[in-house]
Ligand binder design. Structure first.
Ligand code: SF4
Ligand code: SF4
Length: 155
């Protein structure tokens, strides 16, 4: 039996920094419903354009606009797919060196479990939670899996 490869410690590191939280159409709908707003109002208040994509704004402290210090994500049930998927991003799944690098920022990644367990548990998690995306203009690239990763899906 393999060790758990990831267990979030709620440190908030992954909610810091601008630009990473891209909103898909499904994300926009889910987040707006969670906040009790129309999609248009939610976007006006909390999102900004980044090229062809829409992303969540950051606050003056550099954290996501929904991050609450000492609490964590303020919209947890309504958070976007990219937040649900972290740290199981394609780059961390295909590249052992990336997996090693993120361990200094994300204490939830268990190095003792090894990269192989991280990959298998990650692929399973992404499919179980409907987080695997196909390429598209609004799709976060980190959620588009390689064919080799897709073949790792357990049936
Ligand atoms: S950086 Fe990792 S451990 Fe910290 S809140 Fe984000 S996912 Fe959880
Ligand atoms: S939506 Fe929540 S989980 Fe995602 S970056 Fe913002 S505070 Fe963090």
């Amino acid at each position: 039996m393999s060790t758990t490869a990831f267990d979030c410690k709620r440190c908030g590191h992954c909610c810091h920094g601008e630009g990473g939280i891209v909103l898909t159409g499904r994300d926009r709908q889910r987040l707006a419903e969670h906040l009790g707003l129309s999609v248009e109002d939610m976007l006006l208040r909390y999102a900004e354009h980044a090229g062809e994509k829409l992303r969540l704004r950051a606050g003056e402290d550099g954290f996501c606009v929904f991050f609450l210090q000492g609490v964590g994500c303020g919209v947890h049930p309504g958070r976007p797919d990219i937040c649900r998927a972290w740290p199981y991003f394609r780059g961390n799944l295909v590249d052992r060196a990336s997996w090693e690098m993120i361990q200094s920022d994300c204490p939830g990644v268990a190095s003792a479990a090894g990269h192989e367990a991280f990959v298998q548990q990650g692929v399973d998690y992404l499919y179980d939670n409907d987080l695997v995306h196909e390429p598209g203009t609004e799709t976060p690239r980190a959620l588009v899996l390689t064919e080799a990763l897709k073949r790792r899906r357990r049936s």
